[in-house]
Design a protein around this ligand. Structure first.
Ligand code: HEC
Ligand code: HEC
Length: 308
């Protein structure tokens, strides 16, 4: 039997090595770590970007198109497939990708991958996330090359962008603030990357600090992203805490509507899995950011989300 397995392995060495690595990875991780990793996956919103829902693509196997002013990015396969996914990545490779925006071959990543936020994640959360990713079904699906403007095709320019706009480093709690505020700050800035959509970007695609969370008419996919600062007129200052919590949990708005477009995905693939304490922590933090008066004109017709 072992001889058969060895011969089969010799024939299909790559697939077999992948399978063994996969089995070893599942065994190495405890159930608690896997459960925690799955929670982190949802809190960090990896699923909607790395799953091509529109074309019923397999879970986390990539291929989702992200249209940006710089061209179209196609997300890579992050299942543990050894050839087409990240099955051969070490823990260090994975941590470096998420916290430094650098791949195993030293290539710089485009900031369409929000490592600019994930750099704040704690090591234990990253390792649990990797353990969970290595427990999902490997999918042999080839990555599709990005279709970018010619001047962006070379990744060498990215080191310059990172020099200007990338501020790496783990989240450090502010000891003058309560615990749930710090938990909220960590969830919002390191994991759920709310600012990657709700903060307008400059011409080089970097979110600008001056209008943090104040919304934009030029969000991802060219859509409208509302102001979520506590400004009563142009932000969500009039929403009660319980209303914000309900929205983040179920997508229901105080006026009886539902979250649409990208926010519906953010909730459906991520936030709805969070426990009440974490939703509360997000609400606490988001209510504490500076109020900014910034009127965002809403488009009448929006892309329907999964709740509509
Ligand atoms: C907003 C969309 C988006 C989100 C959210 C996102 N990614 Fe990505 N990710 C990308 C894009 C785009 C790339 C390709 C970057 C490049 O080619 O430079 C990428 C690249 C990667 C890579 C490198 C894969 C390779 O083969 O080089 C890994 C690993 C990865 N993402 C993991 C994650 C994890 C884990 C999460 C959640 C914590 C996550 N991503 C969330 C868009 C996203
Ligand atoms: C991938 C982009 C994206 C991310 C990430 C994101 N949002 Fe949103 N958000 C949107 C869009 C787009 C809308 C508008 C939804 C609509 O048109 O129904 C929205 C709407 C909202 C609203 C409703 C505001 C209103 O006036 O209707 C709140 C509150 C909100 N987001 C909070 C958050 C929080 C908190 C986070 C992080 C935990 C977050 N969002 C992450 C894109 C995003």
């Amino acid at each position: 039997m072992r001889g058969d397995a060895a011969r089969a392995c010799a024939r299909k060495r790559l697939a077999c090595a992948g399978l063994l690595l996969w089995v070893a990875a599942i065994h190495a991780a405890s159930d608690d770590q896997l459960r925690h990793g799955e929670y982190v996956l949802h809190a960090a919103g990896c699923v909607s970007c790395h799953t091509d829902h529109d074309n019923k693509g397999p879970f986390l196997a990539g291929g989702r198109a992200l249209e940006t002013p710089f061209g179209t990015f196609y997300t890579p396969n992050i299942t543990p497939d050894p050839k087409f996914g990240i099955g051969r990545w070490s823990d260090a490779d994975f941590a470096r990708a998420l916290t430094e925006g650098v791949g195993p071959h030293g290539e710089n990543f485009y900031p369409a991958f929000p490592y600019t936020s994930y750099t704040r994640m704690k090591r234990a959360d990253l390792l649990a996330l990797k353990a969970y990713l290595f427990s999902v079904k490997p999918v042999a699906r080839k990555n599709r090359p990005h279709e970018l403007a010619w001047y962006l095709r070379s990744r060498t320019l990215l080191w310059f962008w990172k020099l200007l706009y990338f501020d790496p480093g783990e989240y450090h709690a502010d000891p003058s603030k309560p615990e749930d505020w710090n938990r909220g700050a960590y969830l919002v800035t390191a994991m759920a990357h709310c600012g990657e959509c709700h903060t307008p970007r400059n011409f080089l695609g970097a979110p600008g600090a001056a209008l943090r969370y104040a919304g934009t008419t030029d969000g991802p996919d060219g859509g409208v992203v509302p102001n979520i600062t506590p400004d009563p007129k142009t932000g969500i200052g009039r929403w009660r805490s319980s209303e914000i919590a309900e929205y983040l949990h179920s997508g229901a708005t105080p006026d009886g509507d539902f979250a649409g477009g990208l926010m519906a995905e953010v909730i459906d693939d991520g936030l709805r899995y969070l426990d009440n304490a974490d939703i509360q922590a997000i609400v606490t933090y988001i209510r504490s950011v500076p109020a900014i008066e910034h009127q965002i004109e809403r488009k009448k017709k929006k892309k329907p989300g999964p709740f509509e």
